[in-house]
Design a protein around this ligand. Sequence first.
Ligand SMILES: [Zn+2]
Length: 289
Amino acid sequence: MKILTFDIEEWFHIIHKYPEDILDKWDNYEVRIHKGMDKILQVLSENDVKATFFVVGYIARKHPEIIKRIHDLGFEIAAHSDMHKAAYKQSRKEFKLDLSDCISSIENITGEKVISYRAPAFSIKKENVWAFEVLNELGIEYDASIFSAKRDDGGFDDFELSTPLIIKYNGISIKEFPMSIDTFMGRKFVASGGGYFRFFPYWFIRKLLKDADYTMTYFHPRDFDPSQPILDGLSLKRKFKSYYNLGTSYVKLRQLVYDFDFIDMREAAEIVNWNNVPIIDLNNHSNDK
Ligand SMILES: [Zn+2]
């Protein structure tokens, strides 16, 4: 199963910690999201393929026409936080308020209940697993926030499983579509999105995906906008990870969507036999497994 997903955010949403006055700054930045959106929708229409769009609430309010367009084309719309802050940097109360703002901003446009979620930067970790209870309280049934490998920000590196599973915690359960993890020469990484997707040559990514039973992807409109401005204040490493090889990613995406049969999360949720997936009880999840 290969799942195609896009996180709908701007070129300046590459970080996940923001000062209080960030909205003024965001509103003065150049709007570039349409450049990447047009390319994404073009690839999907050329190949007649469905995808799930995880939308930032700020984008839904600023550009409701984008959300309307995605929805009118029949694509699944899911939540990706309201202000793109890392989940683990928020209190439970802040997290719940932020996510419910995101959900209502989307639902006001589509008129449809949001039931799927991905945290910015995969920021549900061991220290904030209470986030799953909040997801449950807000009617989220499917989550795609688990990234079971080391990351600079976010990541749940001892989670170990990276296929669909059920998470249980304090009496609630959530159906999880974790990021798929690739392994090469003993190293764990994700090639189906982010920096490694741009870094590796296409033939290598294709081989990894061909060999995998389950692949979850994640792309952004900015991944297909090679002339975007460079955000101020990033470390050299972060700059490399965010902008290296940007010019190649659209060609790779087109080839990828052409070469493989992708589905969206909604269809994946129907295909998975949920009676037959691993159950992870986070109340008993040990750190030294
Ligand atoms: Zn994001």
